[in-house]
Ligand binder design. Structure first.
Ligand SMILES: [Zn+2]
Length: 575
């Protein structure tokens, strides 16, 4: 096949560049602000330059080819070309598969329908206008490649390991150009090959995704043995049937970490100590995000075999122990974020609304925003309702209850990979709110149920140092103990009622909470040592802190290698 560079081809490219530029501008207006709009803004600047360059080349070519005639005829797409929609739809199908735990039929329709309308508009309808002077084929394929890239932004963004030249924009550019070149060259070679290639691409994607999913399913081996063995030992029976309150405060930092940020929290800790709370210092979590951290507390395990949400939905070793002893478990959350498709096994829980109902809309929104992050479920719930319910449970004084809740304050950084200019101030304001909330919580329980065990804790740190996010890209030798405290450090304070004298156990991590409680309310003093899990980080250390770990309170790797993670500690470091 002979490829001739002629004026029409140059005009086709020029008009396509203009078409992409216009489409990017329109998309920027309709897509909610986020990674995708950032990509569209930066990308349109580059496409604008390409368009200007092509325009100049076209004018020169036209000058030498005075006989050139403009097409002046609108073309309409071939029905068969709709097959090509499979390319930009393939990431959507995969999002639907990955997130099926949040989808019911209506959510699924929403997730498929909205992107489909988007793609049809930008790849088939909008190009018709431009086809007046240029080839519809090239316009249509430009539209498909652009839609494919826009819909892939969330996936690209969340896989920084795969970024080409370590750059998000370059990777997005490569997606755009490669997908265009691949489809266009196959299409002009033979349409049918292009159709087959696109379908092949989509189906392989689905199969790979499916295999990955079933691999996860295969590893879902239950551990009933541990539970059965636990119950078999009569010494493990709970004899002091106290109410247990576990109150998680989102990203609430330890005193030493707060001092490092410049926030003085001493007055608040005095309040706790005056109310007979023991404040533990130098505590960390073995995981650095909400679900990974709290699921390990509930399951009393480091290596989890199931998705974190399975445990957060109330299906966890520690909770099962309490249930087997006649306890009622209550889980109170600010949104359905913590629940997935697993059976919710809390005896009582809030919110009742299933995450699956809101899933379709939220997932679609996240796809177009170009970001799958923590808080996609947070928007629709009124925090005042949460606080009211929390107060109700803290003052209800029912017997044999394990109450667990996860609040929203002080909260972590925006997670954008760049600190906001007022990131610390925002956190300090969050700390003040959290302290007021914690004071109320403490007084509510103490005044109504002083014979209970009350645990105040946080899930992980607030992410305020360096880039305010994961440190994967940092030289490990620039990462110090504060960066680690900032991500894995946690707050812990426990109110032990008068008839429990807990002094002997060395609490290092928040995952020690249930082991220490159980060794104090059963006849088995050895349970702490038996149940406690390794004092190290289990999740995402490469992603969060460039592979550094902390073993028994001592940092391994990075700038502070060999030093303790915390200077102020309630525990003794092992020799
Ligand atoms: Zn969290």
């Amino acid at each position: 096949m002979k490829i001739e560079i002629n004026t029409q081809s140059i005009l086709d490219l020029t008009v396509s560049a203009f078409f992409v530029l216009t489409s990017m501008t329109i998309m920027r207006l309709v897509i909610p602000e986020g990674n995708t709009t950032i990509f569209l803004l930066r990308g349109s600047k580059l496409v604008g330059i390409v368009f200007l360059a092509l325009s100049v080349i076209f004018l020169i070519s036209w000058f030498f080819n005075r006989n050139f005639k403009f097409k002046k005829k609108i073309s309409t797409p071939n029905l068969k070309d709709l097959i090509l929609v499979a390319l930009p739809m393939s990431p959507i199908i995969n999002y639907a598969l990955i997130n099926n735990e949040y989808l019911v039929a209506s959510g699924f329709l929403f997730l498929i329908g909205i992107p489909l309308i988007f793609i049809l508009f930008f790849s088939y309808i909008f190009p018709i206008i431009f086809s007046f002077i240029a080839s519809l084929k090239i316009l249509m394929i430009s539209g498909l490649a652009l839609s494919f890239t826009v819909i892939s932004v969330a996936k690209i963004y969340n896989n920084p390991e795969s970024h080409i030249l370590n750059s998000l924009l370059v990777t997005q550019g490569v997606y755009l150009i490669l997908s265009f070149l691949a489809v266009y060259s196959l299409y002009i070679l033979d349409k049918r090959i292009a159709y087959i290639a696109v379908i092949f691409f989509t189906i392989t994607g689905i199969i790979i995704n499916f295999l990955n999913q079933s691999k996860d399913n295969l590893s879902k081996i239950q551990k009933p043995k541990r539970f059965v063995e636990f119950l078999d030992n009569p010494k493990n029976k709970i004899i002091k049937k106290k109410n247990i309150y576990l109150l998680v405060y989102e990203s609430y930092a330890d005193l030493e970490t707060l001092n490092h940020y410049g926030f003085d929290n001493n007055e608040h800790l005095e309040f706790l100590e005056n109310n007979d709370f023991k404040v533990y210092h130098g505590i960390y979590s073995n995981a650095s995000n909400s679900l990974a951290s709290t699921s390990r507390i509930l399951e009393i395990d480091g290596n989890l075999s199931l998705l974190d949400r399975y445990y957060a939905s109330g299906n966890a070793f520690a909770l099962n122990i309490f249930k087997a002893n006649g306890y009622k478990t209550i889980g109170l959350f600010t949104s359905p974020y913590f629940f997935g498709s697993s059976k919710i096994s809390w005896d009582e829980y809030y919110p009742k609304e299933s995450a699956t109902k809101m899933g379709g809309m939220n997932i679609t929104k996240s796809i177009f925003e170009g970001n799958f992050e923590f808080d996609i479920f947070e928007d629709d719930y009124d925090y005042k309702d949460y606080l009211k319910l929390k107060k109700k449970y803290l003052t209800s004084n029912k017997k044999q209850t394990l109450f667990y809740t996860h609040n929203r304050y002080p909260g972590h950084s925006g997670n954008s990979g760049k600190c906001a200019p007022d990131e610390k101030q925002k956190y300090f304001r969050g700390m003040k709110k959290a302290n007021i909330e914690m004071k109320n919580d403490v007084l509510n329980v103490i005044n109504n149920d002083p014979n209970s065990i009350i645990v105040l804790l946080s899930d992980h740190g607030p992410y305020l140092t360096k880039n305010c996010r994961n440190l994967k890209k940092y030289d490990v030798n620039t990462i110090n103990k504060y960066d680690i405290q900032d991500r894995y450090g946690a707050f812990l304070s426990i109110y032990w009622p008068k008839d429990i004298l807990e002094t002997e156990n060395e609490l290092f991590i928040t995952q020690d909470i249930f082991p220490v409680i159980l060794s104090n309310i059963t006849n088995n003093k050895n349970l702490f040592n038996k149940l406690k899990i390794e004092r190290k980080f289990f999740d995402e250390i490469n992603w969060s802190i460039a592979g550094i770990n902390v073993f028994n309170g001592i940092i391994k790797g990075g700038m502070d290698d060999g030093k303790p993670l915390f200077d102020k500690r309630s525990y003794k470091l092992p020799n």
